[in-house]
Design a protein around this ligand. Structure first.
Ligand code: ADP
Length: 558
């Protein structure tokens, strides 16, 4: 571009110079010819006044330092003087003489057969018919004088240098903004969207720069918009608790969110790879190759055993199917809970049915019993069963209440206050079996949670210790803390729990020996476990059958 502009400017300047120089030369030659003619006319007048025209005197008359050619003829054309050629007769009818006008002055410019070269002549006819003709060869004109030539060359050189300087300036004016435009556009192309062109002129290049900046602004805002959308989409996909996979028609992965990676056990970047190469074959076949309209549940064994709910939707562009979006949900936990709930309902029905059947049976029989002793016995049984029914319902309500309460309204409290309340409640119960409740506390820390729940936990553990101990025993209750944890411990030397039952005693309705004396609903420990979890703590048991049990609740204190 720079070269092109420079070359075209130089060519234009040279062309202009050539035209100007030739016009100049033409003008100068015309002027020179005019001057020469005037000089010759003057010289003719001078010579007309001379008494005698001699070579010596003619030699004094010069033009541009050259001696002029003088020919004097009489009226018949006979040469009477000639300073270069002698004795010739001149044809007065020839062009050189024919040009003499009424003023007796003639002028001729052209080829002279007399001198055999191009000449400039001026003629003067005197009264007696004598004609003085003076002339110089055209070649002696001063047009190409070396002085002039060097002057022309000097001017030419100056003009040439100036034109180059001008061309360079022009180049800078045109090229610099273009270069700047090129630089800025390459920076923008490389991701630097903040760069803009500095507008320095108010011309077409300035407008071009403005339009470019405008375009860059638009581009930046569009890119920001797209990035914003992309970021939102990415964060939504990242935070989703469902797997999302998108593949194109060729089965290449376009998108696979972190949750999908987790479910499928993928730990590398897979965008661009074929889905069938990164997914287990069986799962791939079940998800992609089988036809299903609604969601479908698939059991997988790898990387862990899971139940997945899968739904696939076509990505449609106009009328063309260009890919598939697969959403995967891990429904293992949901299924487990569903299962548990069904089981729980079955257990509750069963547990409620037992005392109800017994109540119904005894109540029906009671109609036909007349003897008072048996009737009282039956009524006692009905009373006991109703009490059991009440306890069951109470425990179920506690459990459901625990599940429905969220983590709000947590308070900080000293566990001792609650433990003392619980021990007061259970005091009579213990006394009935002559069981001594020994309570130690070295705790000064608060814990965070619901104090009424903690009361329930303490009651359940201490009540069990009393319930599953023989009379006259001791139950040790300890409340302590170390740097990090608060511990509540209940230790008895009662019946103990068989080793094989230990892992299940926190399950709902699980009872070690259903025929055990004083057995409850089987919900007490499930409730205690639930409460310990809601505190963010844990409950553990150590027990030896026939010797006693130790239940420990541990939670981080404040
Ligand atoms: P229950 O209402 O039957 O007491 P729990 O959930 O409180 O139900 O306890 C479950 C089972 O664990 C009880 O049936 C009992 O056999 C056993 N158990 C709980 N605590 C003790 C304990 N301190 N000593 C011995 N066995 C216990």
């Amino acid at each position: 571009m720079k070269k092109k502009i420079l070359t075209s400017v130089i060519i234009t300047v040279l062309f202009a110079l050539v035209i100007i120089t030739s016009s100049f030369f033409a003008l100068v030659s015309m002027q020179e010819v005019d001057n020469t003619r005037n000089i010759l006319i003057n010289y003719n007048s001078i010579m007309a006044n001379w008494k005698e025209i001699s070579k010596e005197s003619v030699n004094l008359l010069r033009i541009n330092g050259n001696i002029i050619d003088v020919t004097v003829t009489n009226k018949d054309g006979k040469v009477i003087f000639d300073n270069t050629q002698e004795g010739k007769t001149v044809d007065l009818n020839c062009k050189e003489y024919a040009s003499i006008g009424r003023d007796n002055i003639g002028y001729f410019e052209g080829y002279s057969p007399y001198y055999k070269k191009d000449m400039i002549f001026s003629t003067l006819r005197l009264g007696d018919g004598t004609i003085i003709r003076s002339g110089v060869p055209v070649g002696t004109l001063d047009v190409l004088y070396s002085k002039n030539i060097s002057y022309y060359l000097g001017v030419l050189a100056v003009v040439f240098v100036l034109s180059i300087a001008l061309a360079l300036k022009l180049v800078r004016i045109i090229i610099d903004p273009v270069k700047n435009l090129e630089y800025v556009s390459s920076k923008i192309a490389n991701g630097d969207l903040q760069t803009r062109i500095e507008i320095t002129s108010n011309d077409e290049l300035g407008y071009l720069g403005m339009s470019f900046n405008n375009m860059a602004d638009q581009l930046q805002s569009k890119i920001n918009e797209v990035m914003d959308k992309q970021n939102k989409l990415e964060s939504i996909l990242k935070s989703m608790q469902s797997g999302v996979i998108a593949v194109d028609k060729e089965d290449s992965i376009i998108l696979l969110n972190p949750y999908a990676k987790k479910i499928l056990g993928i730990n590398k970047e897979v965008v661009g790879l074929k889905l069938k190469d990164v997914m287990y074959k069986k799962l791939y076949n079940e998800i992609l190759l089988e036809e299903y309209d609604t969601a479908k549940e698939i059991k997988v064994k790898s990387p862990v055993r899971r139940i997945l709910r899968v739904k696939k939707t076509w990505i449609i562009n106009g009328y063309e199917k260009i890919g598939i979006v697969i959403s995967i949900q891990d429904v293992t936990e949901m299924k487990r809970l569903e299962n548990m709930r069904t089981q729980f309902v079955a257990n509750v029905s069963h547990e409620l049915k037992t005392p109800l059947t017994s109540i119904k049976g005894f109540a029906e029989t009671l109609r036909f019993v007349e003897d008072t002793e048996t009737r009282d016995k039956f009524l006692d049984i009905i009373d006991k069963e109703s009490e059991r029914l009440r306890r069951l319902i109470d425990d179920i309500l506690v459990l459901s209440n625990l599940e429905s309460r969220s983590s709000e309204d947590l308070i900080e409290f000293y566990p001792e206050e609650v433990i003392e309340d619980a021990l007061n409640i259970l005091e009579d119960h213990a006394k009935r079996k002559n069981i001594k409740l020994i309570y130690h506390s070295n705790n000064n820390d608060k814990i965070l949670g619901h104090n009424d729940k903690f009361l329930q936990l303490v009651i359940n553990l201490v009540e069990n210790a009393i319930k599953y101990s023989d009379c006259d025993k001791e139950v040790l209750i300890e409340s302590s803390s170390d740097d990090e944890y608060y511990t509540f411990r209940v230790k008895d030397n009662g019946y103990g729990i068989p080793k094989e039952d230990l892992p299940r005693i926190f399950e709902r309705f699980y009872r070690v020996d259903k025929s055990r004396k004083g057995g409850g609903t089987g919900l007490g420990l499930a409730i205690a476990k639930h409460i310990s979890k809601s505190f963010g703590g844990d409950i553990k048991v150590e027990s030896e059958f026939g010797k006693g049990s130790e239940f420990t609740f541990k939670v981080k204190h404040l």
